[in-house]
Every structure is written in C-alpha cells, then in structure tokens.
Design a protein around this ligand. Structure first.
Ligand SMILES: CC(=O)SCCNC(=O)CCNC(=O)[C@H](O)C(C)(C)COP(=O)(O)OP(=O)(O)OC[C@H]1O[C@@H](n2cnc3c(N)ncnc32)[C@H](O)[C@@H]1OP(=O)(O)O
Length: 397
C-alpha cells in the first residue's frame, strides 16, 4: 500500500506541477506560483513519494454545502488529484482517497465533494453524482423574450466587481441544495486577476422589487470578429426566474453579440419557456457536476429536511467507512438509525445520488442502483427525498 503523507509548504509547488502535468497543463511560472500557492489550505494536501520524488497528490479546501431545507454542512472540497503517468494503476489514488476520507472524519466534516475529470474514477470511493448541469447556447441578435424582463440590470466595473458579486453569491447560492460557499482564491481567479490584467469582464447585477437579486459574469470568446462576438457565461446566480430571464435577456441583447453560451447551467433553468422562440436556446451538452460523498451518513441524513408521507427503511453500505453501515428510518421529518430489516438498500455513492434531490429513489431502484425488498418502498422514498428544485452548485473547482 503506498504511503501517504501530509505535504509541508516546501512540497506544494512540486504537487502543483505534478497535478498540472497529470491534466496536461503547463508547469507553473514563479509569478503564477505566488498566486497559486495561496490557494492551498494549510495541512490539507497529501502526497505519495517514490525514490525521493512526488508521484501522487490530492488536496482539499473547506467549504459548506447547502442541503434540502437550508442547512449548510461542512464539506471537504477535494481537488487537484493527480498521479504521475508512469505510476498509475498501482493504488496511489486509492491510498490518497482513504487518507483524505480519514482526515474528513477526523475534522468532523460530514460531506466531501469533488468535480471529476472522468466519471469512472470516484464511485468506488463512495462519491456519487448529486447534481448535474447542461451546456446551452442562446442566440444573441433577434432572440425575443416572452415577457418584458422585470427589474433593472446594471453593469458593475473594475474593482467593484469582486465585493459586489461575492456578497450576492453568498446570499444566493446557498438557497438551493448543492450550493457551496466560495473561497477567496476562487474570486481571485475569476475576477481579481482578470481585472488586474485589464481583461474584458461583463459583470451584470439585477435589481428586483426587494433589491439586488441576481448577477451574471460573462467573458467574450476569442472566436468571431468584433462585430460577431460570442459570450461565455462564467457565472450566473439569480433568486428567481424573473431575475434569471432579465440577466439572460441583458447578455443576449448586448450589441455585436451573436450568441451567449452557458456551461453547466442548472438542468431546470427554464430558458426555452422564457424565450419567445424556444429554438433560440440549444442544449449543446450535459455533464455531472457535484460528486458528493456522505462522510458521516447519520449527520448528513439528520441535517436535511424530508418530504411528507409514511416512513421508509433504507439500508446503507459503506466499504471504506463502515461506521456508516446500517439501516436508517426516514420519515416524520427525521432520519435515525433503526434496528429493523431494510425495505431498500444502497451503497453510499448511490445514496448521494438521491440525497440532494437529484435522482428519485424509484429511478435509482429501477436502474439497479438501489435494491428493493418491499415493492411499496420506492414510492414512499420518492415522496420523502423529493425537493422543490433540482440541486445545482454553479461553482466548479
Ligand atoms: C477531483 C479531481 O482532481 S479530478 C482530476 C483527476 N486527475 C486526472 O484525471 C489526471 C490523470 N489521471 C491520474 O492522475 C490518475 O490516473 C488517477 C488519479 C485518475 C488515478 O490514479 P491511480 O493511482 O492510477 O488510481 P488507482 O491505482 O488507485 O486505481 C484505483 C482503481 O480505480 C481504477 N481507475 C483509476 N483511474 C481510472 C480511470 N481514469 N479510468 C478507469 N478506471 C480508473 C483503477 O483501475 C483501479 O481499479 P481496481 O480497484 O478495480 O483495481
């Protein structure tokens, strides 16, 4: 079994370079390392060494994830995972994943979360797809909206962008299951550095009847000529569909813009229903977004709210963290351990797929992710796990 150690500050640059190489990115310059080094949370980067050189690394940073009902749970956000190309498939990642989970347990973080380079990697470590997104492309010139966008949209410029958007994001993102808090490093990459480099950022804020209730951050794509630009929405959070519609209408209405692309937008963002011609929005793709790991199943289940209806008994299996094994009785607004045979059973990755409300238990049962011992249980579980809106995060890391 590869030996995992927590990296000291003097090993972080090697870890950064190793991860960059693993995803086929360039090595880091001295100037870029100065900024990148500050994005590592102290004591949260692990590595495996061989022959005096680092051959595997993974890091995490602390965040909070909103769960159904509005609670926000401490979460280990796992990122920058890489193994040197000549040392893969020898258990290096497996050892680092185990070490990271043990650390999350030790820190009392009930959840871990990541974004996966490939969908085949993380299920074996108990991570399941808990939110998804779709890629969209909306016509610029000529796209009409079914009703006049409500409220006002204003541009925010330069040094005002980061504080304005940070405050709005924190107020908006945790309203929806799957939303996470952002760290300062995220805003540095997305806003502060581009502003310092005088890059063109379009930061728009929507004001509704109760004040500022949405924002969008877009950048021009390099394709096209100045008179035929495409924009890419890097960030768009809004309190309701009116604010969402107004922000999209603003972006698509900017002069010289032929098209506005959105990446990993919420699956239920109702653009086709808001546009006068639904074909002005094309869905160009879709992907998993949040890979969620319930590190402490009893705490995670107790933290979310549940729908109405008769209770259900769910048996959970967790190969890596057996303290989570057991049967949970969900119902009456709570979830508690029970000493009864399960009516449904699942592994901890498949529990994550239903936990935030992304997938209905009956669908997970029908597709073999959950096992059914009582034919009436999936419908009961559906009512309990159901949420008003699909989960979505909107922060890629
Ligand atoms: C959260 C993020 O940072 S996402 C970015 C992840 N990094 C990358 O994609 C960079 C390129 N890839 C890599 O660095 C490595 O291949 C990693 C990190 C994906 C895997 O590291 P490894 O040390 O090879 O994994 P390890 O040997 O522990 O494999 C564990 C199991 O997962 C399987 N596995 C690992 N990676 C893959 C993969 N890419 N595709 C399919 N199966 C995989 C292995 O076959 C093994 O299966 P087994 O338990 O049945 O034998």
């Amino acid at each position: 079994m590869p030996q995992v150690h927590v990296l000291g500050p003097d090993e972080l640059r090697a870890a950064h370079v190793l991860f960059a190489a693993s995803i086929h990115r360039d090595t880091v310059t001295d100037a870029d390392w100065d900024a990148a080094s500050r994005s590592y949370s102290p004591g949260r980067t692990v590595g495996v060494a061989d022959g005096g050189a680092l051959i595997g690394t993974a890091t995490s940073f602390p965040t909070r994830t909103a769960v159904p009902g509005g609670a926000a749970l401490d979460t280990s956000a796992v990122t920058r995972v890489g193994v040197r190309a000549d040392r893969t498939r020898r258990g290096v990642l497996s050892a680092m994943m185990r070490a990271q989970l043990d650390e999350a347990v030790g820190r009392g973080e009930p959840l871990a979360s990541l974004r996966a380079s490939e969908a085949r990697i993380y299920g074996r470590f108990g991570y399941g797809v808990a939110s998804r997104g779709r890629h969209v492309s909306v016509n610029g010139r000529g796209a009409g909206w079914r009703r006049e966008p409500a409220g006002e949209v204003r541009l925010v410029l330069g040094a005002d962008i980061e504080p304005t958007l940070t405050a709005l994001h924190d107020a908006l993102a945790l309203r929806r299951p799957g939303g996470i808090t952002r760290r300062e490093a995220w805003w540095r990459w997305q806003v502060a550095q581009p502003v310092e480099k005088h890059e063109h950022l379009i930061a728009a804020v929507h004001t509704g009847p109760d004040g500022d209730d949405g924002f969008a951050l877009a950048v021009p794509l390099s394709e096209g000529t100045f008179a035929h630009r495409a924009l890419k929405v890097n960030d768009l959070h809004a309190a309701d569909d009116d604010a969402t519609a107004a922000l999209w209408a603003f972006l698509t209405g900017i002069d010289l813009v032929d098209r506005v692309d959105g990446w990993l937008r919420p699956v239920d963002e109702p653009l086709e229903l808001l546009l006068a011609d639904p074909r002005d929005c094309s869905v160009t793709g879709g992907e998993d977004e949040t890979w969620l790991r319930l590190v402490d199943v009893p705490v995670a289940l107790a933290a979310r709210t549940w729908g109405d209806g008769p209770p259900v008994l769910v048996g959970v299996h967790d190969r890596l963290l057996p303290a989570n094994d057991g049967v949970y009785r969900i119902g009456g607004g709570t979830a508690e351990r029970a000493d009864s045979p399960p009516e449904l059973e699942c592994d901890v990755d498949a529990l994550a797929m239903a936990y935030l409300g992304d997938r209905a238990p009956s669908l997970l049962a029908a597709t073999g992710w959950w096992r059914v011992h009582d034919a009436t249980a999936p419908a009961r579980a559906d009512a309990l796990f159901a949420t008003d809106r699909l989960p979505w995060c909107g922060t890629y890391f």
